[in-house]
Design a protein. Structure first.
Length: 379
């Protein structure tokens, strides 16, 4: 049997690098290979310059100062630096952290580690739509709350939280607000000033940049955020993250930010249409529904429950279509999605749900073929 051309609908797991990103990166592997910390020769200056440009490109995308951008190896590292960095630095104020049951494992696992070290963690619930209750957040805040860690949009369902309202509540309490925006940066416009975010992480490979590079935004004033470094060494990144900078990756991240700023609007309109078409046809199937809010969510993500059909079985029958059962980072473990469970789905329905995430290289023909293939697998 001839294997059909594979169709990639798992853009929330990772994305292919944009050709323009690759072209910008290539020289930094070979002729422009300098260490950006080498201050005594042109090789180092060229690298330092490239890093400065990229830092500005990241800052321009999220509307912050370039000094507020700390380069990391990706969001997981940035999350560890943010949460552990606040925890270690603000212990005199308190030991209470608030997060949400549907956060990414990078946040939940980090909080779990801190719990063992004496932190008190409150895990907020979400409703059937996947959204938190602001009143519950308000009630959870105490004078000892040092940090509230709530993601912008969920990686499995695409559901977006009321970020501005969350930020206002957190700041009224004089606590810090950390937002995991890994799935959102590069897809929709984020303005850290307007949305009053204090600390925020992003990762290049989620929006057509390379893997292994990301950034943490750390606010410098109102409030000034100070973090304890988690990696010590030569004092790189203003002492917050030591280690020779991944200049090549950083250049790619910067370029991906520049491209996103230009193309975001057009891409989102086109992708949104494809998602709508996919949902309309798949939801015609019996006992099929969308998990999570259809009002507040990312335009590229749909998490569909095919009641009575195990997602594993469906996925085996559609070998040429790349989709996910949970998040990519936890799909190695065959336990029900903690996100869907927190939203009140039964184990049965959780095991019957599939995430489709669409990107800028997805074509109408691919969506059409996906609809037919999935329908044949179920009917």
């Amino acid at each position: 049997m001839h294997m059909k051309t594979p169709i990639y609908l798992d853009y929330n797991a990772t994305t292919p690098a944009d050709k323009r990103v690759l072209e910008t990166m290539l020289p930094y592997f070979t002729e422009k290979f300098g260490n950006s910390s080498s201050r005594t020769h042109s090789f180092g200056w060229i690298a330092e310059d490239a890093v400065k440009t990229a830092r500005q490109q990241v800052a321009d995308l999220i509307n912050c100062l370039e000094q507020e951008v700390i380069f990391t190896s990706g969001s997981t590292e940035a999350i560890n630096l943010a949460i552990k960095g606040v925890w270690e630095n603000y212990q005199l104020k308190g030991k209470h952290i608030i997060t949400v049951k549907t956060e990414h494992k990078a946040v939940l696992d980090t909080c779990e580690i801190l719990e063992k070290k004496g932190a008190t963690i409150t895990y907020l619930n979400v409703d059937r739509e996947g959204v938190i209750d602001l009143q519950e957040l308000k009630n959870a805040l105490t004078p000892q709350t040092i940090l509230v860690a709530i993601m912008y949009a969920n990686n499995e369902t695409g559901v977006i939280q009321p970020i501005k309202e969350i930020a206002d509540l957190v700041h009224t309490n004089n606590s810090l607000f950390f937002c995991d925006a890994t799935q959102v940066v590069g897809k929709i416009n984020i303005d850290v000033q307007e949305e009053h975010i204090d600390i925020m992480c992003l990762s290049a490979h989620k929006f057509y940049g390379p893997k292994g590079v990301g950034a943490l935004y750390v606010r410098r004033k109102d409030p000034r955020v100070t973090l304890s470094p988690q990696i010590d060494g030569g004092g790189h990144e203003r002492g917050l993250r030591s280690g020779t900078l991944n200049v090549t990756g950083i250049v790619g991240l910067g370029k991906a930010c520049e491209i996103a700023k230009l193309d975001m609007w057009d891409d989102s309109a086109r992708i949104s249409k494809l998602r709508t078409r996919l949902e309309q046809f798949l939801c015609e199937l019996p006992n099929t529904y969308i998990n999570g809010s259809t009002k507040n969510r990312l335009f590229n993500t749909t998490n569909i429950c095919f009641q009575g059909n195990r997602s594993e079985t469906i996925i085996k029958k559609i070998p040429n279509i790349a989709v996910a059962m949970g998040s990519a980072c936890t799909s190695a473990i065959a336990e029900p999605s903690h996100v869907l469970k927190a939203m009140g789905l039964s184990d049965e329905d959780t095991y019957s749900s599939i995430r489709f995430s669409i990107g800028k290289y997805t074509t109408e023909a691919e969506i059409k073929e996906t609809i037919e293939t999935v329908k044949n697998a179920i009917l």
